[in-house]
Structure formats: C-alpha cells, structure tokens
Design a protein around this ligand. Structure first.
Ligand SMILES: Cc1cc2nc3c(=O)[nH]c(=O)nc-3n(C[C@H](O)[C@H](O)[C@H](O)COP(=O)(O)OP(=O)(O)OC[C@H]3O[C@@H](n4cnc5c(N)ncnc54)[C@H](O)[C@@H]3O)c2cc1C
Length: 336
C-alpha cells in the first residue's frame, strides 16, 4: 500500500485552503478502508469525500482517507420505483445525470450539488424544494470501532434540515460505503420553489420533463452561486435558522422586509443571507477572505486566505447577526 506523508490538501477542498495531512490515502473498497484504519489506528482519521463542505483551519495531524468506492447498480424495481445502489465515492452530479439519462425521477432538483454520494446523507443535502430524504431508501456504513458493516433505513438516519444522525449521535463513528435510492418511474415535479417554472419558460421548453427541470436548476444555480473552480467556496456557510412564529412576528414588526418561509408545526425559516446582508457583510473582503458580493450566505477565498481567516470572518458575522436580530446562526460547513 502506498503511503503519502505531508500530503497537500489544497486540490482536495473546494475552499482551496493550503494545508497538509500528516498521512493521506484513498480507499476503493471496504477492505482497503479496514486496512488503512488498522495501519493508522493510533492517529485521528478524517473521511474525505469531494471536500465541498469543509473548512480546514490547520494542518491535519492524522490520516485523511478519501472515499473512492465506485459503482451504480440497479438493485430491483416494482411498478412505481427503481432501487439503485450507489458507491459512496461516486460524484453526486454524475449520479443525477445517470438517473436523468434513464428517466428515473426524484433527484433532478438536486442537480449540480458538488461533492460525493457518500456525504449526501450526512447533512441530508437539499435544494429547490427537495431533500435527499425524499429519495433515500437505505445506506451501508462501516463502524470504525466495531469494524463491521451496518445497514441504516430512512428512519434510522433521523434526517432533518441539513442534519442526520451522522452529524450528531454517530458523529465520526461511521464511514458511509454506499447509498440506495428509491427513484420514481413516473415523475412528480417540484417546480414551485425558486424560479424553476419561469426558467423553463425562458428556455423555450414546451413540456415539463426531468431533463428540463434539471436544466432549469443548473441555469439558476450557475447564475446565483459562485463556481468554486473560479472563486473557491463551500456553498452556504450558515444554515437558515428556524424560529417559532412568535419570534418571527416580533422580528417582522421591527424589520418589515425580513425574508422568511413558513414551515409546518408553527415555525418559520428565516433567510440567513438576508440578515447577513442587513448587517453590511455582503461584498465585504479582508485580505483574501470575503463574503460573496451576490450571495451573502457564501463565504469565499479570493486567493490565499487561510482557513482561520475565513473562520474569523464567520465569527464576526455570527456576532453581528446575533446583535442585530437576536438570532444565533449555525454553521453548515464542517470546521476541521
Ligand atoms: C458551490 C457549492 C454549492 C453547494 N450547494 C449545496 C446545496 O444546494 N445543498 C446542499 O445541501 N449542499 C450544498 N453544498 C454543500 C456540499 O456540496 C454538500 O454538503 C455535499 O454533500 C458535500 O459532499 P462532499 O463529498 O464534498 O463532502 P466533504 O466536504 O468531503 O465532507 C463533508 C463531511 O462529510 C463527511 N464525509 C464525507 N464522506 C463521508 C463518508 N463516505 N462517510 C462518512 N462521512 C463522510 C466528512 O468527514 C465531512 O465531515 C454546496 C457546496 C458548494 C461548494
């Protein structure tokens, strides 16, 4: 087995932070994973996917293991659904394209989300009115201490908004090996969120299809979000906070333009980006660490920012939002 020491992680994180891992390796199978876990048993281990939801703040004094388990396999089908098992190391968007090419519906609204399939359940990825939860069937994950594979159903995963059991109770305990999806043979379209319908009309598409929804989502995403290959970033840095109706009414009285989305169970989701903008951060830049000038929710690295500088900026944003609105934002990006 090849062992990489003092390995540069800059090409492996979408923030392009220039840090090193004491050890680095890739694992294309569960056997390779097990072998690596044995070799590096005395060091901390960090499981890496596509590196698009991570902020490295220092060199990693342990072993970074990159998941390279591949494969997309149709497991079985019934009248309404297909069940597809996908290796955790597959690129998420390539999986979406694979489904669209076969007319399997359910993931078209999740087009162009960076990263790999194995990380998707960790924060229950979501966009344009759809979450992973809606198409999830089961997953297989390796327990790093017990050294055996467990199967998790949808209920086991305790999915929530950008949340799952793997971010809480089982944090750093499991390595996801594969995810099985339940996709529909006949689509149910979700076009009310964002400007999907308008975009489809603009594209001159006569009929709603899985393909046209995917194209519309891709166009909207490209126009709104900075491309990490051009301006390094990790997407939304903060979650949109959920508050009780009473808190929302209180804020609305003070800030009539506040942007919010009503949820079930008497709560409201507040647009964190709007609050950050109101605090004057949109377009702010100090050194190479900045808050994007079109999307205040996205923090960016304009060149050689250190992870600590971006973290410091996020701290200042947290404090000012708290001072102005009395709301404590939560980071969506994983700080390492
Ligand atoms: C431009 C941009 C736009 C984005 N838009 C969205 C969006 O619309 N919706 C959304 O939900 N997210 C979005 N994201 C965030 C990101 O794409 C997702 O969180 C994605 O699932 C991260 O995948 P990854 O493979 O890059 O994970 P990584 O960044 O490599 O890892 C993220 C976390 O998961 C853990 N992990 C990774 N793989 C495994 C595994 N196999 N087993 C166990 N743990 C693992 C890591 O240890 C880490 O803690 C965006 C990011 C960018 C850069």
């Amino acid at each position: 087995m090849q062992i990489h020491e003092n390995f540069p992680l800059k090409p492996y994180n979408s923030f392009c932070i220039d840090v090193k891992a004491r050890f680095f390796n890739m694992f294309p199978s569960v056997e390779d994973l097990e072998e690596n876990l044995m070799i590096y048993a005395e060091y901390p281990v960090f499981i890496l996917g596509g590196g698009s939801n991570i902020l490295f703040t220092r060199d990693y004094e342990g072993c970074v293991l990159k998941n390279e388990i591949k494969g997309m396999e149709l497991q079985h089908e019934d009248e309404e659904h297909v069940y597809v098992k996908v290796g955790a190391g597959e690129n998420w968007h390539q999986f979406v394209l694979h489904c669209i090419g076969r007319d399997w519906a359910g993931v078209e609204n999740l087009s162009l989300i960076p990263g790999n399939v194995g990380a998707a359940p960790i924060q229950n990825i979501g966009a344009y009115g759809v979450e992973l939860d809606d198409v999830f069937w089961s997953l297989e994950a390796f327990h790093v201490y017990e050294r055996r594979v467990h199967t998790f159903t949808r209920t086991d995963c305790e999915f929530g908004y950008r949340d799952s059991i793997f971010k809480n109770r089982y944090k750093d305990e499991f390595v996801i090996l594969s995810v099985t999806f339940q996709l529909r043979k006949k689509p149910i379209f979700h076009t009310s969120y964002g400007a999907i319908t308008e975009e489809i009309e603009k594209m001159g598409e006569k009929e709603l299809s899985i393909k046209s929804v995917s194209h519309a989502v891709i166009n909207i995403r490209r126009s709104k979000l900075p491309d990490p290959d051009v301006i390094p970033n990790a997407g939304s840095f903060f979650k949109n906070p959920e508050v009780p109706n009473e808190k929302y009414e209180e804020l609305k009285a003070k800030f009539p333009d506040i942007v919010a989305y009503p949820l079930a169970k008497g709560t409201v989701k507040l647009a964190a980006g709007w609050m950050i903008e109101q605090c004057g951060w949109k377009g702010h830049r100090k050194g190479d660490a900045g808050c994007h000038d079109k999307q205040a929710l996205v923090l960016v690295n304009y060149g050689n920012a250190r992870g600590e500088e971006i973290l410091e900026l996020s701290d200042k944003i947290l404090r000012s939002v708290n001072k102005k609105f009395g709301i404590t934002l939560e980071r969506e990006v994983n700080i390492v």
